[in-house]
Ligand binder design. Structure first.
Ligand code: ADP
Ligand code: TYD
Length: 206
């Protein structure tokens, strides 16, 4: 079972991915918790290139190549072997983030994202939780972390609003694997909404 968490910056993906991993481990599942960009040593190096520095450091096209290169390494070294061993993989972001961030942020590049995905990745999660959230609240939460990886947060609130709409459109496009979760609640409430959906998916025949 391959599960992804998606949503705008600060929506609570990392928190909820970790909570779901802990919950499933407590029930005896063998879980690999990972993230993008990153999740393998090579992809973590690419992470630094794309998340640090000024917003105009890379064009959207170059970003598509960098995120896809990182994803390929993540798939080869971490996700693929774990799934082959029968483990549950939970990733904080996957290809839907590229569809939305690089596909929509600076012109319509969704076709390029999808073409490259088909050639290089060719794998979708079985289940995707979209944590939906008011962008101003999300951005305030993300900025409060005060890290060095603020390149995308620095694109600002109007961009976050477009990214939120983009994620909701994607959920409508792929209803079989997407579940939209209201993230504007306490972490306990959000976790309580997610766990039964993941357990039902794990119990369903493949
Ligand atoms: P993301 O991975 O989507 O950027 P995080 O899980 O890192 O989001 O959460 C961003 C910040 O908001 C963190 O400081 C986290 O502790 C906090 N946070 C997460 N979920 C909630 C929630 N439901 N309500 C309030 N704050 C939250
Ligand atoms: P992440 O570490 O998940 O940040 P956050 O916790 O703030 O959500 O991701 C960092 C940034 O990388 C985020 O702003 C979105 C961006 N990103 C893309 O633009 N394209 C991608 O394919 C991925 C995986 C992330």
């Amino acid at each position: 079972m391959f599960i992804s968490f998606e949503g705008i910056d600060g929506s609570g993906k990392s928190t909820q991915a970790r909570r779901l991993a802990d919950h499933l481990r407590g029930l005896g599942h063998d879980v690999v918790l990972t993230r993008e960009p990153g999740g393998s040593p090579g992809a973590e190096e690419i992470r630094r290139l794309v998340l640090e520095g000024p917003t105009d450091r890379w064009s959207a096209q170059t970003e598509i190549l960098l995120f896809t290169a990182a994803r390929r390494d993540h798939l080869e070294r971490t996700i693929g072997p774990a799934l082959a061993a029968g483990r549950v993989v939970i990733t904080d972001r996957f290809a839907d983030s590229t569809r939305v961030y690089q596909g929509l942020s600076r012109g319509d590049l969704r076709g390029l994202v999808d073409a490259l995905h088909g050639l290089i990745i060719g794998r979708e999660p079985d289940l995707t939780f979209l944590i939906d959230m008011d962008p101003d609240t999300g951005l305030a939460r993300a900025r409060a972390r005060q890290g060095h990886e603020e390149r995308f947060e620095d694109f600002g609130a109007p961009m976050q609003r477009r990214m939120r709409a983009g994620f909701l459109d994607l959920a409508a496009e792929f209803p079989a694997r997407f579940r939209v979760i209201d993230g504007d609640r306490t972490p306990d409430q959000v976790a309580a909404a997610i766990a039964p959906i993941a357990l039902a998916a794990l119990a369903a025949p493949a």
